[in-house]
Design a binder for this molecule. Structure first.
Ligand SMILES: N[C@@H](CCC(=O)N[C@@H](CS)C(=O)NCC(=O)O)C(=O)O
Length: 217
């Protein structure tokens, strides 16, 4: 069976887990922290970033987008990359933007409020939180709001890697106790509600809560 190296609350590991769940692909999770010097993990991820991956035929590599591309190749079930070329490009763009711009805004808050205090003895910095809440997050949310329609999903109303990537960030915000302002970003608010109600998302959140509860006890 394939091995996924990482920890579930990592947003990039979460993304890979959600894709496995969506496509019904079994895997084994080997709990691995970033920078772990576990030899097997380092074969997959020489830079020590999570997620790392080892396929069931023994090939190892890293990066959530690479893992998703691999999974899409081995299984046609519940495809995540649109067939039409322009939709495919747009989904890839959201994946790239979600993994970079959106992820860094959202993770800044997730780190301040959850990951830092729980795992790194970090004390939340109120000035930094203020900057994140007033600048970083609104910048990214304004863009999403301007692109979302009343349809269900980001690209041509088909659930795709765009939704998994943006949605992975929304899970971090849920953990960080951030509520999307329904007046300021009404479409994003509805989109988030739809996303959070998906069974694969509920299952992922439950897994992550268990990790947080264990770390807190
Ligand atoms: N582009 C990579 C990013 C992976 C990444 O940055 N993971 C973080 C954890 S969420 C990490 O391992 N950070 C440790 C480091 O940068 O050394 C992906 O999509 O998998």
């Amino acid at each position: 069976m394939s091995i996924l190296y990482g920890v579930p609350p990592s947003p990039f590991v979460r993304k890979a887990m959600l894709v496995h769940a969506h496509k019904n692909i079994p895997y084994e999770m080997k709990v691995t922290l970033p920078s772990s010097d576990d030899e097997e993990f380092r074969l997959a991820s020489p830079m020590g970033k999570i997620p790392g991956y080892k396929t069931d035929d023994g090939v190892a590599f890293a990066d959530s987008s690479v893992i998703v591309a691999y999974l899409e190749r081995i299984s046609n079930d519940n495809t995540l990359y649109p067939e039409k070329a322009s939709d495919h490009a747009l989904a890839l763009w959201y994946e790239e933007w979600g993994d970079s711009e959106l992820m860094s805004a959202v993770n800044a808050l997730y780190y301040q409020r959850v990951i830092g205090p729980l795992f790194f003895e970090h004390t939340t910095d109120p000035d930094r939180v203020d900057e994140i809440l007033t600048k970083l997050i609104p910048n990214t949310f304004n863009l999403l709001e301007s692109r979302l329609t009343d349809e269900h999903w980001l690209v041509n109303n088909h659930f795709s890697i765009a939704d998994i990537t943006v949605g992975s960030c929304l899970i971090s915000l849920l953990h960080a106790n951030y509520q999307i302002d329904q007046i300021q970003w009404p479409k994003l608010y509805q989109y988030n509600e739809r996303w959070l109600s998906l069974p694969i998302v509920q299952a992922q959140i439950a897994i992550e809560h268990e990790v947080f509860n264990n770390a807190a006890s």
